[in-house]
Structures are given as structure tokens and as C-alpha cells.
Write a protein that binds this ligand. Structure first.
Ligand code: PEP
Length: 252
């Protein structure tokens, strides 16, 4: 039987939001979602709004996620947020290794791999973000870079851990720039990532959802989702616009 990977659309709000704006956005999303569940959809608000968003999502088909997590369980780590705390607020997913965390906060592959494990230890599903810079792409090292990012988590946790994980391929040159990888370019990397996991476990690879991220919008979503190894999207800017986000969800 061919694998059945349910489509997944994740909306990363980044450091955007306010009580009133969140409520208005979620009201529009709830009203506009198809009655029948077609794709899994999750929103990732900033930490302070998790409680508000959890309450506003209650009874809907939308899931809650967090944008980051500490590698530590508890203690004297000022400013950090533990995985158990995110689970307390109903988070099902956690982004780890978003390129903005890697670039602006110096997160290494090893740290990201530990965060991946912290999310799983609290019963959540990590979404491991991977992607190359423009210079790395131009130098022809895209696969080398994303394999190193993937391998850090694979070697620390083993391939079985990927039965409860999602990958998000996000070429850094496409994030927030309006430039999107062509569906074929993205498909090539997604396929290579799946093959990499398949070397360790065919079944885990076949069921692993790999999202594409980088300026996804209503106008380009359907062509990306038509690719066999693109299982959905991690959406930034367009996740703040209810009409755009709903259109992407419908395309999925
Ligand atoms: C992101 O932040 O993960 C992202 C893909 O952003 P954007 O959709 O704005 O490019």
C-alpha cells in the first residue's frame, strides 16, 4: 500500500500578534475552515499568547504549536521555556531549528537536535527546520547542508524518533523574501531528504511528512503541494492574513 501522509499546513506567526489581532485572525480562520477535515492545520503564536490561542482554538480542528523550546527541563535558565510548559498549554507541535533561531541566536545543529528530543520527551511532535543560505545553494552544497542538519538529530535520537516528527525544508533565501523555490527544486530536496531517512528505515521515511517553507502563498501553494514529496507548508508572512492562509489550507 502506498503511504498515506496527511497534508499539514503550519502557520508561524513569528514575533507578531496582539490580543485583539489574534482573536480577530482566529475568528476568521475558524469561520473559513472547511467543515470536513482535509488537512491538518496548526498555528504557532509567540509564547505569551499560547494560553489565549489555546482557548480560542478549543473545539476547532486547529492545533497549537510553539516556535521554540528549551533543551533543558527546568531550573535557572532565565528566559527559557521548557517543553513541559508548552505541553501544559496544549501545544502539540514545536518548531526546532528555524533559520531565524539558527542565524540570530546561534543555534547549532547539535543544540537543535537536543531541542528535538526535549519536545518529544514532553509528548509533542518536533518540526525540524532545515535549509541552506543563498551562498550555499550557489556553491552547490544544498544537500550537504540539509543532510548535516538532519543527521544531527538522526544520530542523536535514531531513525525511530522520526516516526513522531515532521521536517520542514525552508531555503533561507526564500524566507520572507517573496522568492519561492520552484516546485521542482523543492521536490528535489524533499525527495533527497526522504531517501536519506529511508537508508535507515523505509517505513519511517514513507510516512514522514516534509513541509516546504519560504514565501508560500495562495498563488503558489497548489503547484508546490502537487509534488509527490511535498506534504504541506510552513507558512510565515501569509499566516497572518486569514484569506491567504485559508486559501493555502484549501490548496492542501
Ligand atoms: C517561515 O518563517 O518559516 C517562513 C517560511 O516565512 P515566509 O512564509 O514569510 O517566507
Amino acid at each position: 500500500m502506498p503511504p498515506v501522509r496527511s497534508a499539514f499546513v503550519a502557520g508561524n506567526w513569528k514575533m507578531n500578534g496582539a490580543l485583539a489581532a489574534n482573536a480577530a485572525l482566529l475568528e476568521k480562520l475558524r469561520a473559513g475552515l472547511p467543515q470536513r477535515k482535509t488537512a491538518e492545520i496548526a498555528v504557532f503564536p509567540p509564547f505569551p499568547y499560547l494560553d489565549q490561542v489555546a482557548r480560542l482554538l478549543s473545539g476547532s480542528m486547529l492545533f497549537l504549536g510553539a516556535q521554540d523550546v528549551s533543551e533543558r527541563a527546568a531550573g535557572a535558565y532565565t528566559g527559557e521555556v521548557a517543553a513541559s510548559m508548552l505541553a501544559d498549554f496544549g501545544c502539540r507541535y514545536v518548531l526546532v531549528g528555524h533559520s531565524e533561531r539558527r542565524a540570530l541566536h546561534g543555534e547549532t545543529n547539535a543544540l537543535v537536535a537536543r531541542k528535538f528530543g526535549a519536545a518529544q520527551s514532553a509528548g509533542m511532535t518536533p518540526i525540524l527546520c532545515l535549509g541552506e543560505t543563498r551562498e550555499e545553494r550557489q556553491a552547490g552544497s544544498t544537500l550537504e547542508v540539509v543532510f548535516q542538519q538532519l543527521d544531527a538529530a538522526l544520530s542523536l535520537h535514531g531513525v525511530a524518533a522520526f516516526a513522531n516528527a515532521v521536517l520542514a525544508y525552508e531555503p533561507i533565501w526564500a524566507i520572507g523574501t517573496g522568492l519561492t523555490a520552484t516546485p521542482e527544486t523543492a521536490q528535489g530536496v524533499h525527495q533527497a531528504l526522504r531517501q536519506r531517512v529511508a537508508k535507515d528505515d523505509l517505513a519511517v521515511a514513507a510516512d514522514l511528512r516534509i513541509l516546504y517553507g519560504g514565501s508560500v502563498k495562495a498563488a503558489n501553494a497548489a503547484a508546490l503541494f502537487a509534488q509527490p514529496d511535498i506534504d504541506g507548508a510552513l507558512v510565515g508572512g501569509a499566516a497572518l492574513d486569514a484569506d491567504e492562509f485559508l486559501a493555502i489550507c484549501r490548496a492542501a
